[in-house]
Design a protein around this ligand. Structure first.
Ligand SMILES: [Zn+2]
Length: 216
């Protein structure tokens, strides 16, 4: 049944065909490409971004399979109690020993736009609620902007909060105490230009963290 569905669906058929063509191209360039890739991964970057289909990390950063460990969810949230995000971060930092963590939002984010509106989006209302709280906490700054810029500024603040959350995690502090260099960055993908904007909020060590967050 599954193969019948597949045969009748041109989008899926194209994807399978594209995959075969990509495999052929890669093998032509490097006959051992997949044998080498299958041996393991040692990415230097952890990317935490939005699920939006336009945030095609490998394509827009010209990176290759094996270069970037990735966690994505709607509106690139990093709740400090989210087991999925915490597992990804801990595995990336402790075991893969990534050197850079990039929290990346994007302009025109549907999740952020929903959070700034009164429309209900089902279960997502719960997921996006903290972004509403962030909006309320920064209402004066956001509402001083033209209406067309408000959601994108809230998206930036959401990224900045994500950087702050990651920088307070014990697993990051342990890495820093071991003398390892782990940089946490906040970026925004500008969909209308394709360019990544560095929000200039990078955190690089314990001296940037308030004492109350430092655990023994
Ligand atoms: Zn988004």
């Amino acid at each position: 049944m599954a193969s019948e569905v597949q045969r009748n669906n041109s989008t899926i058929k194209d994807i399978i065909q594209n995959n075969k063509e990509w495999v052929d191209d890669m093998l032509e360039k490097s006959p051992n490409y997949f044998a080498n890739l299958a041996e393991g991964q040692s990415p230097k970057i952890l990317w935490i971004g939005c699920s939006d289909s336009r945030m095609a990390v490998d394509v827009l950063t010209k990176t290759n399979p094996g270069d970037v460990f990735i966690h994505r969810n709607i509106a690139n949230r990093i709740p400090s109690e989210d087991l999925s995000a915490l597992s990804v971060i801990e595995y990336a930092v402790k075991h893969l020993k990534v050197e850079h963590i990039i929290v990346a939002g994007h302009t025109g984010c549907g999740g952020v736009k929903a959070a700034i509106s009164n429309g209900s989006v089902g279960i997502l209302d719960h997921w996006l609620r903290p972004i509403k709280d962030l909006y309320i906490a920064n209402k004066a700054e956001i509402e001083a902007l033209p209406e067309s810029e408000r959601a994108d500024r809230l998206g930036e603040l959401n990224v900045i909060q994500g950087v702050s959350t990651v920088s307070k995690l014990p697993v990051i502090h342990e890495a820093w105490k071991e003398g390892r260099e782990v940089y946490i960055h906040g970026w925004m993908l500008q969909l209308h230009t394709g360019l990544l904007k560095d929000l200039d909020v990078s955190v690089v060590g314990l001296d940037q963290i308030k004492d109350v967050y430092k655990l023994q």
